[in-house]
Design a protein around this ligand. Structure first.
Ligand code: CU
Length: 118
């Protein structure tokens, strides 16, 4: 075999392998991105969803107001409190300590939720 032919047959093996790697690795990356999203609580229709969210310690939880009325995120133990969130406004808090954090909306105190930090 000539040198040129050897190089060509080498490429013929490497290229499909590289392509296969991209195809195999891609769904894994998509999966890990999806795992990061449950740190979000949607405020919609006067409820927190999910109403109880369990997260590992040092997680940052983000609340997003999807309602057309303002809401607040107020910890029952006064650990954290947001300003009034208008539609699509967000509030984030990082939970550095293990524990159960009950919270409510100070405008509509019947709206309650809980963050469980493990
Ligand atoms: Cu509210």
């Amino acid at each position: 075999m000539t040198k040129k032919k050897l190089l060509f047959s080498g490429m013929a093996v490497v290229l499909p392998l590289a392509l296969a790697m991209v195809l195999v690795l891609h769904p894994i990356r998509a999966k890990s991105e999806a795992a990061a999203s449950p740190m979000e609580v949607r405020v919609d229709n006067f409820t927190f969803g999910p109403d109880t969210l369990t997260v590992p310690v040092n997680s940052t939880v983000t609340w997003v107001n999807k309602d057309d009325v303002p809401h607040t995120i107020a910890s029952s133990d006064r650990v954290f409190k947001s300003k009034a969130l208008d539609t699509d406004d967000k509030y984030s808090y990082t939970f550095a300590k293990v524990g159960t954090y009950a919270y409510y909306c100070s405008i509509h105190p019947k709206m309650v939720g809980k963050i469980v930090v493990q």
